[in-house]
Design a binder for this molecule. Structure first.
Ligand SMILES: *Cc1c(COP(=O)(O)O)cnc(C)c1O
Length: 434
């Protein structure tokens, strides 16, 4: 049933006997991943020109290829040049031309890593890289520097420093498993790892970032789902970029997860030639919602080496947001973010809706171009906050761990902090002051 004509063709070319049952076996898919040009041509029936072959080989040498037979089968083999699945999975020579703005580690993840395999960027949550490998190597991977480096999964003892770090930092309430793809871990291992993290008292939620529902939906087995269910509240964020990726198989995988009560989100990357179109993003987001997946983020493409040809101007993202907000369900509107080069974290970017402001009115515009006013209250008793939460008449049961420190812009807004400016340290002007 969940088997298209083209999938039959791909599996026949991979010459297997009982193709149907094996096709849906995720381990079979991994064992038959397409890693070189000969296999790619054989299985897809696509023949590259001699000069393109050379370029292809040069590219694969620097940035390896790995495509699951399933994901490959989503390519339109008769019209593949601008096929969104082809573009995301098949190497392009353009990956080798880099500009001086591109960086090896644009998000400075390695610098914000206090212990191996862990990135701690925000006050209350950390990212753990639990796998160094993926079932499909996205051509637009932000961690392209690491792809195929060491296709390995760190052992529990290698991850022990990361786990101890979480244990000893009681302000970490949210742990994100990332990678690579965390669902590359065998079930037993994943179970043991989740159990360790789940049992840390101050960890309130766990999140898994995985592209398996998109590139290898058969990984979402009943056994896996049963295992994940035990660690609620556990959230899964996946990575669909184009409506063509929503197939019968991926829908079945999402249904299993949603039926198990696992909240699902999606992180899309804005990619030139793939999904830089308001209609494609809107359609994608509607399809996601129909499959109980909430669009969470849409990312501006990072400044990683070899991604230049995928980058769009920020204006394209703003245009897409403009075409979503108000025009469609708020549930179909993700937050558009730029992950700050140098490691500042995700910065949301939006069209402007607040167009002017006086002492008692704000002037706003809506998605249709209506300009309206919102009259502010004549009397408002400001809630003077001196951060003395214990003696405040706003009701919040104080538990341990409530922070009294203010950070960033919040610090400037705070009534009790006397800071009037946030100034970068180490500039010439600042050095002159000393
Ligand atoms: C994206 C990210 C997070 C999670 O950010 P949210 O906005 O909470 O989804 C945490 N740590 C790092 C390093 C990240 O890149």
């Amino acid at each position: 049933m969940m088997y298209t004509e083209q999938q039959k063709k791909v599996s026949e070319r991979l010459s297997i006997t009982d193709s149907k049952t094996q096709w849906q076996d995720w381990r079979w898919q991994l064992q038959h991943s397409i890693k070189n040009i000969e296999m790619f041509e054989e299985v897809s029936g696509i023949t590259l020109k001699e000069e393109d072959r050379k370029k292809f080989e040069q590219t694969v040498e620097k940035f390896p290829m790995n495509i699951t037979p399933y994901y490959l089968s989503l390519i339109d083999f008769t019209n593949w040049t601008y096929d969104p699945v082809f573009m995301q999975s098949v190497p392009s020579y353009q990956e080798l031309s880099t500009s001086k703005y591109e960086m090896n580690d644009p998000l400075a993840e390695d610098k914000d890593s206090p212990v191996p395999y862990l990135t701690h960027r925000y006050p209350d949550r950390v990212l753990v890289h639990v796998s160094n490998t993926c079932s499909m190597y996205c051509r637009h991977c932000t961690r392209k520097r690491k792809v195929g480096d060491r296709d390995s999964i760190p052992s529990l003892s290698e991850l022990s420093k990361a786990i101890d770090y979480i244990k000893s930092n009681t302000n970490i309430r949210d742990v994100l498993l990332s990678g690579g793809d965390p669902l590359m871990l065998p079930d037993d291992y994943l179970d043991a790892l989740l159990d360790k993290i789940h049992s840390i008292p101050h960890v309130e939620i766990i999140r898994i970032g995985t592209r398996m529902p998109v590139v290898l939906p058969y990984r979402i087995t009943d056994n896996l789902v049963e295992l994940l269910k035990k660690y609620a509240p556990l959230f899964i964020n996946t990575h669909f970029n184009h409506p063509q990726e929503i197939t019968r198989s991926s829908k079945a995988a999402l249904k299993k997860l949603a039926d198990a009560g696992i909240p699902l989100g999606n992180q899309t990357v804005l990619l030139a030639g793939v999904n830089d179109c308001p209609k494609i993003i809107k359609r994608l987001n509607h399809l996601l919602l129909m499959n109980r997946v909430r669009p969470y983020y849409i990312y501006q493409c990072d400044l990683s080496e070899g991604l230049g040809h995928f980058r769009t101007p920020v204006g394209k993202g703003i245009e897409i947001m403009e075409s979503l907000i108000g025009h469609t369900s708020g549930l179909a509107v993700p937050t558009y973010v730029i992950d700050a080069p140098g490691g500042g974290g995700k910065i949301p970017v939006m069209p402007n809706y607040l167009i002017s402001w006086s002492t008692n009115k704000v002037i706003l515009r809506n998605y249709e171009g209506v300009i309206t006013t919102y009259k502010e209250p004549d009397s408002y008793e400001p809630n003077f906050c001196n951060r003395d939460c214990e003696n405040c008449d706003r009701q919040l049961n104080i538990e341990e761990g409530i922070e009294h420190e203010t950070v960033g812009i919040e610090k400037l807004m705070c009534n009790v902090d006397t800071t009037i400016a946030l100034t970068p340290a180490g500039t010439e002007r600042m050095n002159r002051r000393k």
